[in-house]
Design a binder for this molecule. Structure first.
Ligand SMILES: Cc1cc2nc3c(=O)[nH]c(=O)nc-3n(C[C@H](O)[C@H](O)[C@H](O)COP(=O)(O)O)c2cc1C
Length: 212
């Protein structure tokens, strides 16, 4: 496999101090909304990295479900690998790659669990099969084979037929990421990319340009 000749040049846009918004949440929303308008599948996907007590980082994709004034919300199983890691060590890094616009956004911060009322409210809005899937899966635990998984799913469907209330599993819920920094990366020609980092200093967001 020869990957040496895969090369892209980036010309879509620039990110200059003169067009940067003061608040990184506004800058995020501005970029995210323009990306969503493209209609790309899973445009709200982000990679989140966590670190377990073994010190080894792990990352995986989750879906961003809400942007609040204080931060970013995603839902998962608190007993999954990521859930357990975040409960022990709330530091997180979230990464968005918006290829079509040659952009990357990197966020670092800490998480806290959403309150149970928020979790219940959101769980109720999920489609029936997503509710069953969440209830039937002990996320990140091993299972014998696919048949065993399907049998478990089927059993939950029989216990909670469509139209009935599927109880939210106790371990299922959301995390709110409270950011400490945001880095916005815009690809530019000749590898002279724009990188602007916002960091929180004494309650105010300060920006710096980083070398690409
Ligand atoms: C497009 C996409 C969206 C996903 N969304 C979620 C999500 O919102 N929540 C979630 O827990 N897992 C989601 N997953 C699955 C995770 O990537 C991961 O496999 C799972 O959460 C188990 O991770 P863990 O074992 O590290 O806890 C998604 C995967 C993909 C590819």
């Amino acid at each position: 496999m020869d990957l040496h000749n895969i090369r892209e040049d980036y010309k879509f846009d620039s990110l200059l101090e003169s067009n940067l918004l003061n608040n990184p949440f506004d800058q995020f929303k501005n970029w995210f909304e323009t990306y969503q308008h493209l209609g790309v599948k899973d445009s709200n996907a982000m990679a989140i990295a966590t670190v377990g007590d073994d010190g080894i980082p792990q990352n995986r994709i989750v879906l961003l479900k809400e942007v609040r004034e204080e931060g970013f919300v995603f839902y998962t199983n608190y007993a999954s690998d990521k859930g357990r890691q975040l409960i022990l060590n709330p530091n997180i890094s979230a990464l968005f790659f918006w290829r079509e616009q040659e952009r990357q956004v990197r966020i670092t911060g800490t998480v806290r669990k959403l309150d149970e009322q928020d979790n219940e409210n959101y769980f109720k809005t999920r489609p029936y099969l997503s509710q069953i899937g969440a209830a039937a899966s002990n996320q990140s635990e091993a299972i014998k084979d696919r048949n065993a998984l399907e049998a478990k799913f089927q059993k939950f469907q029989e216990q909670h037929p469509e139209g009935s209330t599927v109880p939210k599993p106790e371990s299922w819920g959301g995390f709110l990421i409270t950011p400490k920094s945001f880095e916005f990366w815009q690809g530019r020609s000749g590898r002279l990319h724009d990188r602007i980092i916002y960091t929180l200093t004494d309650g105010d967001w300060c920006t710096k340009r980083l070398q690409p």
